[in-house]
Ligand binder design. Structure first.
Ligand code: GDP
Length: 299
């Protein structure tokens, strides 16, 4: 239900328009395909993926001898699910424990919020969770993280503002081992001045993790703000060059009609979307599932 509510703007944006379009046509012709293409592209599904969908639809329509425009909707649904399922394993992998989840992304995308929500999810699943305040450049970042930790009922390892992020992660790993934590979730600094700077900051953290916690199951999740469209894709490309990103968290899907970006981004980057943010509350982080997502969009 939350997913449906959270995606209501996108639903209106894509499905509303598709419905209208299909109703306005008596038969399936070239003009219909062109208008459909336009709708998909403007919802940020991406040009390449849209072309692929349209070509696939053409073939299916011929093969199944479909003639009614309204039947196209079901085929479109199937095509979207198929494309989304091409990317492997949408689960955040924390088994076998202990696990470490490094969360990266630029400031303001919803990193802290997503960490809080994720901690809540894991805790609900019966896991012992610890947070690491690895963004030491902004005092507000660790304060925010502490507020979330209290809300969720988990502990945080933090240092003073301006201290070395890698030192925080080092301490957090020792604490995680001593306290037999199942999942350690680490915030990282999101200062994206340039690639070299990012590489330096994250590189040190990754080194500590590999050296001190090499046995832990590891995820590196990149948080992207869905409302920023092409900008998000650009950020992702930069992060992909400096880190081995294992999955994406797309936030603020409730704030955009262009939720098609979930499809566009994952296809363009060939990195699976693992979690989606559909609101500001603790429960508003959902595991991404292609079928549920497309069903929520198409009802
Ligand atoms: P950070 O700087 O990346 O750590 O960003 P924050 O976690 O502080 O989030 C920035 C703002 O985005 C906050 O006001 C959050 O409440 C809001 N936010 C984060 N995720 C979502 C989401 O999925 N939906 C909505 N509507 N707001 C979100």
């Amino acid at each position: 239900k939350r997913l449906k509510e959270g995606l209501s703007k996108t639903k209106q944006g894509i499905t509303g328009k598709v419905d209208e379009l299909l109703k306005s046509y008596k038969k399936i012709d070239e003009a219909l395909f062109e208008e459909l293409e336009e709708i998909l592209i403007t919802s940020d599904i991406g040009v390449k993926t849209t072309m692929e969908i349209i070509d696939g639809l053409r073939d299916k329509i011929k093969e199944k001898k479909v003639s009614e425009p309204e039947q196209v909707k079901e085929l479109l649904k199937e095509a979207l699910i198929e494309i989304l399922q091409r990317l492997p394993d949408a689960q955040v992998n924390i088994e076998p424990g202990p696990a470490i989840v490094l969360v990266v992304g630029v400031n303001g995308v919803g990193k802290t919020t997503s960490i809080g929500k994720m901690a809540h999810r894991f805790k609900q699943d019966g896991k012992k969770v610890l947070l690491a305040a690895g963004d030491t450049f902004r005092a507000a970042a660790s304060e925010q993280l502490e507020i979330w930790a209290q809300r969720v009922g988990v502990e945080v390892v933090k240092h003073q503002e301006g201290s070395d992020p890698a030192a925080v992660i080092f301490d957090a790993i020792q604490a995680a081992k001593a306290r037999k934590v199942d999942v350690l979730i680490c915030d990282t600094a999101g200062r994206l001045h340039n690639k070299k700077n990012l590489m330096n900051e994250l590189g040190k953290v990754f080194k500590v993790v590999d050296r001190e916690y090499g046995e832990a199951t590891k995820e590196v999740l990149l948080v992207l703000d869905a409302t920023t469209g092409q900008n998000a894709i650009q950020q992702a490309k930069t992060f992909k060059e400096v880190a081995n990103i294992t999955g994406l968290i797309l936030t603020k899907l409730d704030g955009t009609a262009k939720g098609g970006v979930v499809i566009g981004i994952s296809q363009e980057l060939t990195i699976p979307v693992k979690l989606i943010g559909v609101g500001e509350k603790m429960e508003d982080l959902q595991q991404f599932n292609a079928t549920d997502f497309v069903k929520a969009l198409f009802g």
